[in-house]
Design a protein around this ligand. Structure first.
Ligand code: IP8
Length: 279
């Protein structure tokens, strides 16, 4: 039986987060190398990527995470209507996704992309949409999806489905997923103090739900919730007996080690097995 892992490439890792639509192609390339290594080692990958500067900046300007705002307020947001902004953000996300698909296919990794606005509605872990394509993926195929603007079936009309919500459901509901790996940008994992004050010893290697930590939330540019959301989604997954680890994706070899379940510098999320839920 081949192993399956779910990997989230953080948007802050694969894009320059504060420069509109600037991909980090060298980082994407070396992360894609690690997926090839996974495949060669008998591990199938479900890849979910974040938005970074291809999504959060415009989504923030046009308040897309809040859904439809009053037309009087919407007129003040910027030159675009909210509907035009949705269209642009979806196109921008498809553009980022194309960079990723190119990096995979140039390495002969067989990959298919499933943009959420085409198959999912609603936000958070309660999003609706069939996971059948992920479940039925033939061995050796990398299925790719990403944070996106989706329709909502309530008065909001639309919202942002974060890649963190996607990975939580995929890890738990696709059979035989052994681990979830968050490859994040700029930090080695969850830190006990804010990153600017942190030294090498401030990495929390094993994080339990009881831990209190200073989650840095860049609310100015991140519309879906920063590291706190990842930790929250991660504990949901860990509570189903699936390994969850966060590593610094700037060191791609750590991502590979994490995917293989080898010892690696990073933060493991740990839930006591007595608290495990049924998958
Ligand atoms: O970066 C957000 O996805 P995330 C998606 O995974 C958009 O939270 C379009 C802002």
């Amino acid at each position: 039986m081949r192993e399956r892992v779910v990997i989230k490439w953080g948007g802050g890792l694969i894009t320059k987060k504060d420069v509109l639509k600037e991909p980090q192609l060298d980082v994407i390339g070396s992360l894609a190398d690690q997926i090839l290594e996974c495949n060669r080692g008998g591990i199938d990958v479900i890849l979910v990527h974040g938005a970074g500067s291809f999504g959060h900046l415009k989504a923030k300007t046009y308040r897309l995470a809040e859904g439809r705002v009053d037309s009087s307020e919407a007129n003040l947001l910027g030159p675009l209507t909210q509907d035009e902004a949705i269209e642009e953000v979806r196109n921008d996300m498809m553009e980022l996704n194309r960079h990723i698909m190119d990096a995979l296919t140039v390495r002969d990794i067989s990959a298919v992309s499933l943009p959420p606005h085409q198959w999912a509605t609603d936000t958070g872990t309660a999003f609706k949409g069939s996971l059948e394509h992920f479940i039925q993926a033939p061995k050796g195929i990398t299925v790719v999806t990403f944070g996106d603007v989706v329709s909502c079936q309530d008065s909001r009309e639309f919202g942002i489905l974060s890649g963190d919500g996607l990975v939580a459901r995929l890890a738990v509901e696709v059979p035989h997923v052994s681990r979830l790996v968050f490859a994040i940008g700029g930090v080695d994992g969850v830190l006990a103090v804010p990153p600017v004050n942190a030294g090498p010893d401030d990495l929390i290697e094993i994080l339990t739900p009881e831990h209190v930590f200073d989650g840095e939330h860049e609310s100015a540019i991140d519309v879906t919730g920063g590291i706190g959301l990842k930790v929250d989604r991660g504990f949901y997954v860990a509570s189903h007996g699936i390994d969850v680890i966060m590593v610094n994706g700037g060191h791609p070899s750590r991502v590979l080690r994490a995917c293989k379940g080898s010892e690696v510098r990073g933060t493991k999320l740990s839930v006591p097995s007595s608290d495990f839920k049924q998958r």
